[in-house]
Every structure is written in structure tokens, then in C-alpha cells.
Write a protein that binds this ligand. Structure first.
Ligand SMILES: *Cc1c(COP(=O)(O)O)cnc(C)c1O
Length: 431
């Protein structure tokens, strides 16, 4: 609908977008280079493993000798610089992939030490620091949990981690699992680079060589040219409806790492003795292969969208994290909108700029497990896929919008311009 106010907003947003693109192109070149190197790695591995159409055939029943499944596992291990990997459409989400890994490694009497602060919300009930006793959390099984917060949300508190590791060694115990979350997720902390994770691995192993270093790799895959397994992490896990599914996988998760760690996880995935040798793929192999093929490129599209947004919203006067020219190790971008109206306007704009359900207006709602109302925008092909353009945030100060994704930069850019327009409209209507 034409009116002079809308027209002014349109002019402002388009001229700002042009200014943004002129400036951020230098950073885009760096993103393209990472995508190129990761694509090279993926393609080379596809060729070495002689990927062929027969591998896309569906298996049923036990799924014995599913060549596609076994080959994808090998390729995944290769690309992640890991000894071994399991990639399954039957892992329902990232939380389950992490739970499989933790239950695979931890035994009664063992201790898990989180060294980057509190793990992702959905893991609290898995660990047993939230929820009712008796549901089968790690705590119910006699696994202890310790946590060291990051200093000012900026860096790992090595003094405290070192002290705990040494004290345990002195008592003849060991920390069985040191847990690292790579991405800031929805916390007010920095995302760790693979280099920093490497430092953490070396530190832990220098005191306690037998401790498994476990990395929640969600949102981090292919944002750099190496994954944490390349710098010594024993096990990394993630979701296929985020980065490594490339926007193609319908569902699923992966676990990669040392032969032993992945074997132990595979015994939890199916059952002890059976491991990863079975599991019908039901026709999902092709979308997972295709997803891995696309993943470096799709992740680059999401990062470019985030960089564009960081520039746009900073210019509009909002605090953003990270800034457009900062080095990234995940696909998450935050914009502090400073008001409930601003946050809702932002989400409305993202929704309106989505390929699916663009006509829907997101409303804040009481989500189970959250104290404050939450608003979410997601017009995605795959339900809840956050490699696709999506945004959410709790309705509490400072009204931070967390957003990520964008299957193509062009569509992501349109979504961000739409969000910028909605925010401008909402701030004008309050003056
Ligand atoms: C998304 C995510 C998870 C797992 O979430 P699911 O919704 O179960 O896939 C875990 N950790 C981090 C950091 C995440 O971003």
C-alpha cells in the first residue's frame, strides 16, 4: 500500500542496504573462501568414496549393508577430520544427539564438567539439573555434574577448570567428560572459535589425558575450515536441520569423533553390541548426501545474511552481536531491540520475508519451560529448521532478537530488509 511514510521507509532501507553491501563485500570474500575450501573437502571425499546413485536407495527392516549409510558415515568422518562418525535421519534433534553421546560415555560414579557455563536449555533435564527426579536423567544414574562459567562470558576460566581437574586426579577420580558448547546459543557469552576449542582440549588433556572432550557443535559447522575434531576434541555432535544438513536434510543428527567415543555412542543409539551397523534409511540418504554437499555453501549464505543484518541494524542504532566485521564461528546474530514492540516488529518482518507462511503474524506465547513469553518467526520448508531464516526472543529486557539462517543470501537480505522496515514503522508509530 502506498503512502508517503511507507515510501520514506522503503527509500531509507534500500539506500542503507546499498551502503551495507558496498562495505561488507570485503568480508563476503572471506566467507566465500571458507565455503570454497569446505566444498573442496566435501567433493574430494565424495569422489574418494565413489558416491553413486545406488547409495541413495532406500533400505528397510534392519538396514543391513546399507552402502549409502555406511559411506555417508565415512565421508562425514573424513570431512570432520574424525576417525569415525554416525549420521542418522532417526536422531530426532540436536538434543538427542548430545544425549546419545553423553549417555554413551558416562557411567555411574562419573563426573561431567561443563567448562563453558551452563549447557543449552534442553540439556538441563538430560543432565538432571532441572526437571523431576526419576525420569532417567544422568543424575538419576549416579552421574555427577559440575560447571565452570566463562569469565565475563568472554573466555574459559582455566584456573577453576584446572583446579577441578587436578583435585579429581588427586582423589584418584577423573573427570570423565569435559563439555564445551561452541556456539553462544541463546546465552550472553562469546562463541568459541575452533582455535580456542583446541586450546581448551590441550589444557584439559595436559592435566587429565583420559578425559573425553565433548563439543556441542550446533550452529558451528562449516563456519570455519576446521571442526573441533581437527583440534583434538574426542566427540562432536550436531543437528541436521541446522548447518550440516545444508537446508536439504529433512531431519536428523550426527556424532563424530574418535573410534572409541563414536562406538560407545553408537551402542547407546541402538544397543550394546549392535551399534551403527544397522538402521534402515527409508530413502533419506539422498537428502543427507545432498545436504552435506550443500552445507558449506548454505552456511555461507546464512553468515552473509547475518553480516548484512549486523551492518543494517547497527546503522539503525541498535546494539548487535557480533558486529559485521567480526570473525564468526557460528551462524547466530543478535540484535538488541530495546522494546517489546521492537522485538515483535523484528519477528513480523522476518516472517513476512519468508518463503513459507509469509502471511502469518507471529505472536508472543507462553512456551513450556520459559518464564517469559517468547516470540518466534519461522517460515521454513522444514519445520523448525534454523539453517532457514528464523528468529526468536524472550519478551524481557533488553528484548534481544536471536536470529540465524537464510537458505540463500538474496532471500535472507529480503527478510532482513523486511525486518528493518517493520522496526522503523513500529518506532515511528510510537513517536
Ligand atoms: C540447537 C542447539 C541444540 C539442540 O537443540 P535441538 O532443538 O534439540 O536441535 C543444542 N545446543 C545448541 C548450542 C544449539 O544451538
Amino acid at each position: 500500500m502506498y503512502n508517503s511514510e511507507n515510501n520514506q521507509i522503503y527509500e531509507k532501507v534500500t539506500s542503507l542496504a546499498a551502503k551495507a553491501e558496498a562495505e561488507i563485500s570485503s568480508v563476503f570474500a572471506r566467507i566465500d573462501e571458507i565455503s570454497y575450501k569446505n566444498t573442496q573437502k566435501v567433493l574430494r571425499s565424495f569422489a574418494e568414496h565413489r558416491v553413486s546413485e545406488s547409495m541413495f536407495a532406500a533400505s528397510s527392516g534392519y538396514g543391513y549393508d546399507d552402502r549409502g549409510r555406511d559411506t555417508l558415515d565415512e565421508i562425514w568422518a573424513d570431512v570432520m577430520d574424525a576417525e569415525s562418525a554416525i549420521v542418522r535421519h532417526s536422531i530426532v534433534n540436536g538434543t538427542q544427539a548430545i544425549a546419545i553421546g553423553l549417555y554413551g560415555l558416562l557411567r555411574p560414579g562419573d563426573t561431567m564438567l561443563a567448562i563453558t557455563g551452563k549447557p543449552y536449555d534442553t540439556l538441563e533435564q538430560v543432565i538432571g539439573i532441572a526437571g523431576e527426579a526419576g525420569n532417567g536423567s544422568l543424575s538419576d544414574f549416579g552421574v555427577d555434574y559440575m560447571q565452570v562459567d566463562m569469565i565475563d562470558g568472554q573466555r574459559i576460566d582455566y584456573d577453576s577448570v584446572g583446579k577441578i581437574l587436578r583435585d579429581q586426579e588427586k582423589n584418584g577420580k577423573k573427570i570423565k567428560v569435559a563439555f564445551i558448547q561452541r556456539s553462544k546459543g541463546y546465552l550472553n557469552r562469546r562463541t568459541l572459535s575452533v582455535e580456542e576449542i583446541g586450546e581448551a582440549v590441550r589444557f584439559v588433556k595436559s592435566i587429565s589425558p583420559e578425559t573425553y572432550v565433548f563439543v556441542d557443535n550446533c550452529y558451528g559447522e562449516f563456519t570455519e575450515t576446521r571442526e573441533p575434531t581437527a583440534v583434538g576434541a574426542d566427540i562432536i555432535v550436531g543437528s541436521l536441520i541446522k548447518n550440516p544438513g545444508g537446508g536439504m536434510a529433512e531431519t536428523g543428527g550426527y556424532i563424530a569423533g574418535t573410534r572409541r567415543a563414536v562406538e560407545l555412542a553408537s551402542y547407546r543409539l541402538t544397543s550394546v553390541g549392535v551399534g551403527g551397523e544397522v538402521g534402515a534409511t527409508l530413502g533419506q540418504n539422498k537428502s543427507m548426501f545432498k545436504g552435506l554437499f550443500y552445507a558449506p555453501h548454505t552456511v555461507a549464505q546464512a553468515i552473509k545474511t547475518a553480516i548484512f543484518a549486523a551492518y543494517m541494524f547497527e546503522e539503525l542504532g541498535y546494539k548487535v552481536e557480533p558486529k559485521w566485521n567480526e570473525v564468526r564461528s557460528d551462524i547466530i546474530q543478535t540484535v538488541i531491540t530495546e522494546s517489546a514492540d521492537g522485538l515483535c516488529a523484528f519477528c513480523r518482518g522476518i516472517q513476512a520475508g519468508s518463503p513459507v507462511d509469509a502471511y502469518v503474524t507471529p505472536e508472543p506465547w507462553d512456551m513450556p519451560g520459559y518464564l517469559d513469553k517468547v516470540i518466534m518467526a519461522a517460515g521454513t520448508f522444514v519445520q523448525g529448521a534454523s539453517i532457514e531464516l528464523s528468529a526468536d526472543g524472550p519478551l524481557k529486557p533488553p528484548y534481544t532478537a536471536f536470529f540465524q539462517g537464510g537458505l540463500t543470501y538474496e532471500s535472507g537480505k529480503i527478510g532482513i530488509m523486511s525486518a528493518a522496515s517493520e522496526i522503523l514503522k513500529s518506532s515511528l508509530s510510537h513517536k
